[in-house]
Design a protein around this ligand. Structure first.
Ligand code: AHM
Ligand code: MG
Length: 336
């Protein structure tokens, strides 16, 4: 492997996606253009996130200097940037954003065949303290670009043609799957380009880390409680697992993907459907997990087999290393 400083063959994300797409005879570059517009949005958000702390001190980010304004502002700006970039790409017909209550139907003149579901800035509770946050997205195709309606977004996760996320962390990392495995790219700020740094990511089959908001434990169901108990007090012969929980799904899932383990946001008595949203949180992350050799399970079924009834539906989710999810599945099967 070339040392970063001496790298001369730059596999940018555009070059990578173009290469991948050229395997399909019918490919006309539309998907590459779409990804480029998503990448542009991510670069913008990355730059805004990096400036957010300073801007707050200097009072640059908002019209008003009311405390807490910046947080909202960054969410709202990120959403606007993605919506505008996606519409102007000319390759989308329908957008679903966590920030917008109704689905956005793209005007006919700017329409293409892709549907994009996204959370422009996830992990809102971590913005103000400068902890990692991210953007999550999934991409579908529409049947008929002439007749587009919100129902077109209510497809199972297994119909995704691509999914990914961008993490605004110690570096800016873009992780993408188009159904041929998972690849990770890191933003080189001096070039303004994402360079392939994590080719063909595979999640370790077993994991030593569990990731969950344990503050909800008193309301958990039995399988979840048993699983976590076993992480701490395993049967003799195996070591206890470590707990890591950032509270930013992108960061928690990214670590799970690279180091192995399990990330969960289970159902509980107060929230029978958990917290995370099916279309733009659960599906993209489940897709990436499966593409990396892991699994994603809702407590009842394979996560990607869910069919959302509404665009902002929620679902419990357990995702991560193959063996960890097998264990959760067994516990749910036993509890029936
Ligand atoms: P958000 O969309 O309001 O940012 O909420 C989603 C976030 C996820 O990133 C994270 O996994 C989860 O909420 C954490 O929730 P909690 O604070 O309940 O543990
Ligand atoms: Mg979110």
């Amino acid at each position: 492997h070339q040392a970063d400083a001496n790298r001369t063959d730059l596999m940018t994300i555009t070059r990578f996606v173009l290469n991948e797409q050229s395997k399909y005879a019918e490919s006309r570059g539309d998907f590459t253009i779409l990804i480029n517009h998503i990448v542009l949005g991510c670069k913008f958000v990355c730059s805004s996130v990096n400036k957010a702390g300073l801007a707050k001190i200097l009072g640059l980010a908002g019209d008003t200097n009311v405390q807490g304004e910046e947080q909202k502002k960054l969410d709202v700006i990120s959403n606007e940037v993605f919506v505008k970039a996606l519409i102007s790409s000319g390759r989308t017909c329908l957008l679903v954003s966590e920030e917008v209550e109704d689905a956005i139907i793209v005007p006919p003149a700017q329409r293409g065949k892709y549907i994009v579901v996204f959370d422009p800035l996830d992990g809102s509770s971590n913005i103000d303290c400068g902890v990692s946050i991210g953007t999550i997205f999934g991409i579908y195709t529409v049947k008929d670009t002439a007749e587009v309606s919100v129902e077109d977004a209510l497809q199972p996760g297994s119909s995704l043609v691509a999914a990914g996320y961008c993490m605004y962390g110690s570096s800016c990392t873009f992780v993408l799957s188009t159904g041929n495995g998972v690849n990770g790219f890191t933003l080189d700020p001096s070039l303004g380009e994402f360079i392939l740094t994590h080719p063909n990511i595979k999640i370790p089959k077993k994991g030593k880390i569990y990731s969950v908001n344990e503050g909800n434990a008193k309301n958990w169901d039995e399988p979840t409680a048993k699983y976590v108990e076993n992480c701490k007090f395993p049967q003799e012969g195996s070591a206890p697992k470590s707990l890591r929980y950032i509270g930013s799904m992108v960061a928690d899932v990214h670590r799970t993907l690279l180091y192995g383990g399990i990330f969960m946001y289970p159902a509980d008595k107060k929230s029978p459907n958990g917290k995370l949203r099916v279309l733009y949180e659960v599906f993209p992350m489940s897709y990436l997990m499966e593409q990396a050799g892991g699994q994603a399970f809702t407590g009842k079924q394979r996560a990607l087999d869910l069919v959302p009834k509404k665009i902002h539906d929620r679902s419990p989710i357990f995702l991560g290393s193959y063996d960890e999810i097998e264990h959760i599945k067994e516990l749910y099967a036993e509890s029936k």
